[in-house]
Ligand binder design. Structure first.
Ligand code: ADP
Ligand code: MG
Length: 364
């Protein structure tokens, strides 16, 4: 395949927009991120104290049921809650640069350039009135004002070919409605990749696609990551996608991380009863590929009146394991069950291991 990095002057431009990195920290560092929305019904605590790191070349999978705060997290990283009613706190560092502190202009420069997002719905990212090619050209030229229109056009055609769109030259001159769902998704990925972002956030990128196209798009993202060493945040409710794509998993529940660890650790020794529920809702551990998550029994929590103590306690089948009413009254900390494997649960670690082996695993 033709490499993406073909245009002249690219390296120079990339250096110019990249702030000198803090080599000590991770490439992306999110610390105690909170995003709260004041609404007529009360304060929606969509993200409520989220911390994680991500290195270049690595993929973190963020999973959790609908409404757990996954998209709001990614929007916050991209600075999309600025100048809205959202109350955002905590820190986000990208390559050592404090994103919460920088100007709107700087965020716009970084967005689409150093960081980019692939959405679930390509129509939300593609404008119906402009050709697909024109939109990608525009995305390139916004960040590379020195590039000629012809050079940007030729790069656009390259990109469309690179994401597997047949006859890219002709396709570039078509409108989004002339593309099939899968082709639109590819076009949006091409647009997201137009400036070789070093942080790529994919929010349910393949949910709307059939299995074959889904596999092709995941392959494509993996190839691109191998080529450019991007850091990827993969948001999905499909554990099969996580198993295939991610190095680490972060499980979100009611705006908080309830479990976080290496993919294999979380798959084979999950710590949190909610993660047990997610795994049980898959048909078979060794056939994760085709699976979609069935809902974990019980109702998703309100983010306005988040359950007291452990937010999961009303749905937790194991809360009788904890004496007294700690599950109901004390918010558990996110603690290391084993090195590099964190869980937010009052049940003692050894007891959790026992429960998983004897009660949960036999049912998986
Ligand atoms: N702009 C907003 N105003 C108020 N509530 C919002 C806003 N955006 C998202 N929410 C709420 O925040 C919660 C988390 O949403 P989201 O991050 O989209 O969940 P998901 O994990 O499904 O991606 C949901 O309850 C959603 O309704
Ligand atoms: Mg979402």
């Amino acid at each position: 395949m033709t490499p993406l990095r073909t245009r002249s002057g690219h390296t120079q431009v990339a250096q110019e927009v990249a702030a000198p990195g803090d080599t000590q920290g991770s490439y992306l560092r999110v610390v105690d991120l909170k995003v709260h929305f004041p609404t007529d019904d009360g304060l929606v605590k969509a993200v409520d104290g989220l911390t994680f790191d991500l290195e270049k070349g690595q993929t973190i999978g963020i999973v959790g049921e609908s409404g757990s705060g996954k998209s709001v997290t990614s929007q916050a990283i991209l600075g999309l809650h600025r100048n809205t009613r959202a109350r955002t706190s905590g820190s986000i560092f990208l390559d050592g640069e404090d994103l919460m502190g920088v100007s709107n202009e700087r965020i716009r420069t970084l967005r689409g350039n150093k960081m980019a997002m692939i959405f679930q719905d390509p129509l939300s990212a593609l404008h119906p009135y402009y050709t697909v090619g024109a939109q990608i050209v525009e995305g390139i030229r916004v960040h590379h004002s020195d590039m000629s229109k012809a050079a940007a056009k030729s790069r656009t055609v390259d990109l469309l070919g690179r994401v597997g769109i047949p006859n890219p030259k002709k396709r570039a001159d078509q409108y989004p409605h002339e593309f099939s769902g899968g082709m639109r998704q590819r076009a949006m990925i091409a647009m997201a990749l137009a400036n070789d972002p070093s942080l790529l956030i994919a929010d349910e990128p393949t949910t709307a696609l059939d299995v074959t196209v889904q596999a092709q798009i995941l392959d494509l993202m993996r190839d691109l990551q191998a080529e450019f060493g991007s850091a990827i945040i993969m948001i999905t409710h499909d554990l099969g996608v996580v198993a295939e794509m991610a190095n680490e998993i972060l499980v979100m529940y009611a705006g908080k991380a309830v479990e976080h660890g290496q993919v294999n650790d979380v798959f084979y020794q999950p710590e949190h009863p909610y993660a047990w529920g997610l795994l049980s809702s898959m048909p078979r551990l060794d056939r994760v590929r085709q699976s979609r998550l069935d809902p974990v029994p019980g109702n998703p929590p309100s983010l306005i009146n988040v359950p007291s103590g452990c937010a999961f306690h009303p749905r937790c089948a194991f809360r009788a394991e904890v004496p007294g009413d700690a599950c109901k009254t004390v918010v558990p900390g996110l603690e290391e069950a084993r090195p590099g494997h964190l869980a937010r649960c009052h049940i003692p670690t050894e007891r959790r291991a026992e429960l998983f082996e004897t009660v949960v695993k036999p049912r998986l």
